[in-house]
Design a protein around this ligand. Structure first.
Ligand code: PLP
Length: 312
């Protein structure tokens, strides 16, 4: 029957629950599903921790005492789907968290989605580094049953996260009032043009790529692909010089980060040498929306200068 005006609340609608942070959204999911032994959840073996910030992925797992195992990632942090299928076939895993590190996804998401359906596993996408919300050009965040986003990693906000519910069959309750994001921050968030911000970041990525491609002493981790929503520009520093380059750049007024220079002990104790290698060598260069071409030129120049000094 033709209605006089729109009445269907679920038409063209995405269910978003605003939280204090990505980690509080993830914790809410863990509480909801309450996975207990002999069942477990699956985590990626690339999870950082710092004394100041703890671990965004792992703290909620520890706090909820959720049993876990790690699946395998390749050298670009894509999921090893062949090995994953063998693990899922064991039948004990109920939830899988996968992360789009630094805003890049090098996993066949369609295949991952089908595997999770096939084995009855709830898929959670960690988009803490990939705020591609409502963007036409990316499917990051749209494939999992749930997605968590971190607002302060992409926007000049002090805090904030989103729990996105893609699969309405899971009737997850609203987070506790203390875990919800204050309405003034939700309001501020709603004013940002994410499309424009990501276009700036993409433009910065391409420009910096052009300046650093072929540079001795470093390896650029990713070539840009359709769907990427870069948070930063990750490089691998060769010859064990990451730490030295980080501090030299800092002295030159170029602030960088290393996501993640320290992995949680549970990963280190289980080996995962490839992940430890990335952790030892990675450096994440800024390319956020406040950075312009002159900043990037200066950064590339200083990186070249520093590398020449370190690799005489
Ligand atoms: C991959 C990843 N997921 C989740 C988080 C948690 O983000 P938030 O600071 O919003 O809790 C972080 C950072 O801590 C992260 O790097």
């Amino acid at each position: 029957m033709l209605s006089k005006s729109q009445e269907s609340p679920e038409n063209c609608y995405t269910q978003l629950k605003f939280t204090q942070s990505a980690r509080s959204a993830w914790k809410h999911i863990l509480h909801h599903f309450n996975v207990k032994s002999p069942n477990k959840i699956l985590l990626p073996p690339y999870i950082g921790i710092t004394d100041r910030e703890g671990s965004g992925i792992f703290d909620p797992v520890r706090e909820t005492q959720t049993p876990f195992d790690f699946y395998r990632l390749d050298d670009r942090l894509g999921v090893d789907l062949f090995h994953l299928e063998k693990m899922l076939a064991e039948g004990q895993y109920k939830v899988l968290l996968m992360a789009h590190y630094f805003g890049f996804c090098r996993t066949d998401l369609g295949k991952l989605r089908s595997l999770c359906y096939q084995y009855g596993v709830i898929l959670v996408e960690d988009c803490a580094h990939a705020l591609g919300l409502h963007l036409q050009k990316t499917n990051l965040g749209t494939v999992g049953d749930f997605t968590v986003y971190s607002l302060h990693k992409f926007l000049p906000l002090a805090k904030g996260g989103i729990l996105r519910v893609n699969n309405p069959n899971f009737g997850i309750a609203a987070p506790d009032p203390l875990d919800r994001l204050e309405s003034d921050l939700v309001q501020q968030f709603s004013g940002y043009d994410l499309q424009k911000i990501i276009e700036r970041r993409l433009g910065n990525f391409k420009f910096l790529y052009g300046l650093l491609a072929g540079q001795d002493g470093i390896e650029i981790m990713y070539d840009l692909m359709e769907g990427d929503v870069p948070h930063d520009f990750p490089i691998l520093v060769k010859n064990g010089l990451r730490e030295k380059l980080y501090f030299l750049l800092m002295d030159m007024g170029i602030p960088t980060t290393a996501l993640y220079y320290r992995l949680i002990d549970d990963i280190k104790s289980q080996g995962f040498e490839g992940m430890q290698e990335i952790s030892k060598n990675i450096l994440n260069l800024p390319l956020h929306q406040d950075v312009d071409k002159a900043d990037l030129e200066l950064m590339a120049e200083k990186i070249k200068l520093a590398l020449n000094k370190l690799n005489p």
